[in-house]
Design a protein around this ligand. Structure first.
Ligand SMILES: NC(=O)c1ccc[n+]([C@@H]2O[C@H](COP(=O)([O-])OP(=O)(O)OC[C@H]3O[C@@H](n4cnc5c(N)ncnc54)[C@H](O)[C@@H]3O)[C@@H](O)[C@H]2O)c1
Length: 159
């Protein structure tokens, strides 16, 4: 039985793809543990319902994680709302299954942009010790929990 003990008191997290599924669950758990959460998604109606249900610790924002400009807006809004940024949960992702002969290059590039290159875009600007975590994108792959923001040359957080 889950029992919150304030393990994330005072922390702030961005959780992408939080309108449903694992991201929604992560947003609820983070808030229950004391964190402020900026929850983002492309599904505005579901996102707004989740954020309203979580309450004062949550804010929601429309974000397409494939958009670099969108990342800058989300980070700025998070800092404006909560004053700090400690954790990035790179949860948003898409998964398509279909016959290879019907595959279009645009579809493949969209998968790469949402699951791979887009989540590599967030500007760092977090406190020392900030962490990012990326959900595995297909069954059998592994996550990299608590990966520190890494790429100091580009100034971007590791995905
Ligand atoms: N559920 C599984 O068995 C499983 C297995 C392996 C990996 N994963 C990965 O874990 C993550 C969560 O899985 P889930 O089952 O909760 O998936 P889900 O489809 O229920 O939720 C994904 C969320 O991401 C959002 N999203 C999609 N594209 C987006 C974009 N461009 N920008 C912002 N948000 C976007 C969706 O609207 C949705 O709310 C995904 O990255 C998925 O690929 C899930």
């Amino acid at each position: 039985m889950f029992s919150a003990v304030g393990r994330l008191d005072g922390k702030t997290a961005i959780i992408t793809g939080g309108a449903r599924g694992q991201g929604e669950r992560e947003a609820r758990l983070f808030a229950a543990e004391g964190a402020n959460v900026m929850v983002t998604d492309v599904l505005d109606e579901q996102l707004n319902a989740v954020v309203a249900d979580i309450g004062a610790r949550a804010q929601g924002m429309h974000q397409d994680v494939a958009s670099e400009d969108g990342w800058a807006d989300v980070v700025a809004a998070t800092l404006a709302a909560f004053g700090r940024l400690d954790v990035l949960v790179n949860n948003a992702g898409i998964y398509r299954v279909g016959p290879i002969e019907g595959e279009r290059l645009d579809d493949f590039n969209r998968i790469l942009a949402v699951n791979l290159t887009g989540p590599a875009s967030p500007p760092c600007g977090t406190q020392a010790g900030g962490r990012s975590s990326t959900s595995p994108r297909w069954p059998g792959s592994t996550a990299s929990p608590a990966t520190p923001p890494t790429d100091r040359r580009s100034g971007r957080c590791g995905a």
